[in-house]
Write a protein that binds this ligand. Structure first.
Ligand code: UDP
Length: 375
């Protein structure tokens, strides 16, 4: 069976890679990777980390293009690619414009879509924007839904998706996390890795910020909060993985570039990122993936958003919703950084076998229908 993946951003590549690799090792499948290039340079860095050579590179990114333009470009390119690949199924992941366009393009060509990380909802169509709407629309177009948790499955059931079209698999990010940790020892240590090795007792906090909903005011607030925390905790190094988008990057550099204990870094590759995260006492992030990875490593996360589609983390002692209010971030961070007790790792989002469950579900569905899903 030919299964085409359509993905192009950093989180999609991290979360589809374990499924792609599992299918590549299975005799009944031929996976095809179509990289939309929505995160142009990062997509290649992450694909090569997982030893995936994309079969197609759409390369659609243009500087400063709008969402409509991006959507139109991906759809246009995908049409001919899908006609020539002619897959049995398409797999998309999550909630990006690439995922939405992948599902829509497949739908137009009557190719069944499987949605990895299905059923996440905040309940507010504008938060996160445009991701919440992307997920809802991908959900409407999908023939099969790989829900990471039972809560995600419940969200789909509430929207009328029949139960036999949903399988709870766990989140493939935990598979990716385990895979990357197993590869780690074979690689030459990078600069940041050498720093970690030669400073084993250095206290660290890891920060990421990128969400569109935080572009106006939120990012600056987060950076100000980090600046004040860096003054309050001079013995801690605050490692900020700065997203390459200039809207995000310029605001962060303007506020934090002169702080001696704030380390502003270009996006880290996945191995280094997970290394730093595992060594950190705390993560401060608006990222979805970080909310899933941190609990698997026992690292608490302050979520710099007003809502989360991953409510499973709240109340576990590993996830705190702070919005982008400086006082709230500083208060929660101060409490966590003055507690000495290390938190226990929790498998809230997956056990590392999600891709195997997806492969089994695909095999089951495909061998029953041969080419088309039942509906
Ligand atoms: N990540 C990474 N390097 C970085 C920052 C993040 O490898 O410098 C990984 C992180 O481990 C997570 C994913 O990127 O798996 C999250 O991507 P992002 O925050 O861009 O998207 P989201 O998860 O919010 O959709």
């Amino acid at each position: 069976f030919k299964i085409a993946f359509i993905a192009g951003t950093r989180p999609e590549i991290i979360k589809t890679a374990p499924v792609y690799l599992a299918l590549a090792h299975h005799q009944d499948f031929e996976p095809v990777f179509i990289n939309t290039g929505q995160h142009q340079e990062m997509s290649h860095m992450f694909l090569s980390l997982f030893n995936i050579i994309p079969d197609y590179d759409l390369n659609i990114m243009k500087h400063g293009q709008s969402l409509s333009f991006l959507t139109a470009s991906i759809l246009q390119e995908l049409e001919t690619v899908l006609q020539s690949v002619n897959p049995n199924w398409i797999l998309v992941q999550g909630d990006t414009t690439s995922a939405f366009c992948g599902a829509l393009s497949a739908f137009y060509q009557k190719i069944p879509v499987g949605h990895i990380e299905a059923g996440l909802r905040t309940g507010d169509i504008y938060s996160p924007f445009p991701e919440e709407m992307n997920r809802i629309l991908v959900g409407r177009m999908s023939a099969f839904h790989f829900a990471p948790t039972h809560k995600a499955k419940d969200n789909l059931l509430k929207e009328g998706i029949p139960p036999h079209k949903i399988v709870v698999t766990g989140n493939t990010v935990v598979d990716a996390l385990h895979w990357i940790q197993s590869q780690d020892k074979c690689l030459t240590p990078s600069e940041i890795n050498r720093f970690l090795l030669s400073n084993p007792d250095q206290r660290l906090v890891l920060i990421t910020a990128h969400r569109r909903e935080n572009w106006e005011g939120g990012i600056a607030n987060i950076a100000e909060a980090i600046s004040r925390l860096a003054n309050r905790f001079p013995e801690i190094i605050f490692v900020f993985s700065v997203h390459p988008n200039p809207v995000v990057r310029d605001q962060i550099y303007a506020i934090l570039s002169n702080k001696t204990n704030v380390f502003l870094h270009d996006p880290l590759d996945y191995i280094d990122f997970i290394k730093v995260l595992s060594r950190s006492e705390l993560a401060i992030s608006d990222s979805g993936g970080v909310q899933e990875e941190a609990p698997s490593l026992g690292i608490p996360v302050i979520i710099t958003r007003t809502a989360t589609e991953r409510p499973e983390i709240l109340g576990t002692g590993l996830g705190y919703l702070a919005g982008t209010d400086q006082e709230a971030i500083i208060q929660i961070a101060t409490e966590l950084l003055t507690q000495k007790k290390k938190k226990e790792a929790k498998n809230i989002f997956g056990d590392g076998f999600s891709s195997q469950r997806i492969v089994q579900a695909l095999l089951f569905s495909l061998s029953r229908s041969k080419t088309k899903p039942d509906d």
